[in-house]
Design a protein around this ligand. Structure first.
Ligand code: B12
Length: 223
């Protein structure tokens, strides 16, 4: 007789299904884990690891662009299942205003959207400018929206220059209130060296860490 899968097996199995682009199996496993009372954030984390492996297999030319598209679609559907649970779990109070967008030349938005969902769940107001956002649009939106924090997303190596240009523009503009806003960056290729290069205040590669960072940055303002 088959033994039921243990929680750690289910985690490994979900990562494998996402990495192997097995859409139906991945979604069924998410449903099983939710039925078992598994933490939605842990499920997001496992899918992210699966996507990371898809990226590696793309680099090794085992997958092509269609594989990346498929992986993105699987993650989108998983988030559709998880979003209501995440929102119910963490209904928060007003914490601050975040201006968010993926920088010019980059259309990756899955991670940015996950962050936006979590921030909203924790009571932040998020103004999401979308993808491929020119530096001037960040500046225009910051002038109108008066955010507490600006968050730039980007996954391509070429996005680092776009982030750098955006930060330079925001910092050199005449308005000191905008020039002094904390600017944070995210995307799973980013590290301290990249953060230093682009001149951001802080970086994260995980949406929950992003929420905690925003909570720390707005702690003084929201109380
Ligand atoms: C899915 C995917 C796509 C999808 C994107 C769909 C979508 N709507 O986003 C599509 C098919 C469109 C795509 C296109 C391309 N892609 Co692509 N893609 C990926 C893949 C497999 C997964 C990305 C992802 O969604 N990860 C899951 C999310 C949840 O993780 P995340 O983005 O890191 O986000 C988390 C944190 O970083 C954080 N976070 C995210 N944003 C922010 C922002 C802030 C402010 C903060 C605080 C936190 C934060 O929170 C998130 C949740 O925890 C990656 C592989 C990888 N290793 O990342 C390649 C990858 C990013 N793509 C790559 C490439 C090369 C491309 C293309 C150039 C391919 C091509 N030949 O056309 C194009 C570029 C198009 C463009 N101009 O942008 C490369 C980039 C290499 C490089 N160093 O530049 C990668 C790394 C694959 C690889 N290993 O080669 N891609």
């Amino acid at each position: 007789m088959n033994q039921p899968l243990q929680p750690s097996d289910l985690r490994a199995e979900l990562i494998r299904c996402v990495a192997d682009l097995q859409e139906e199996e991945a979604l069924a496993l998410v449903q099983t884990r939710l039925a078992n009372g598994d933490d939605p954030l842990l499920i997001v984390e496992d899918c992210q690891e699966g996507l990371r492996q898809v990226g590696e297999r793309y680099e090794q030319r085992e997958y092509y662009l269609a594989g990346l598209i498929m992986a993105g679609e699987i993650f989108r559907q998983v988030m559709e299942l998880l979003a209501p649970l995440i929102q119910v779990r963490f209904s928060g109070h007003e914490s601050g205003v975040i201006l968010l967008g993926t920088v010019a030349g980059d259309i990756h938005d899955i991670g940015k959207n996950s962050l936006s969902l979590l921030l909203t769940s924790y009571g932040f107001t998020v103004h999401d400018l979308g993808v491929d956002v020119p530096a001037a649009d960040f500046l225009a939106a910051a002038t109108v929206r008066r955010p507490d924090i600006i968050g730039l997303a980007g996954l391509l190596t070429s996005s680092y220059d776009a982030m750098r240009d955006t930060i330079r523009l925001l910092r050199t503009v005449g308005d000191p209130a905008i020039a002094s806003l904390p600017i944070i960056v995210g995307g799973n290729q980013i590290d301290q060296q990249v953060c230093d290069y682009i001149g951001a205040d802080a970086w994260v590669t995980d949406a929950m860490a992003g929420v905690r960072l925003c909570q720390r940055l707005t702690a003084g303002a929201s109380t």
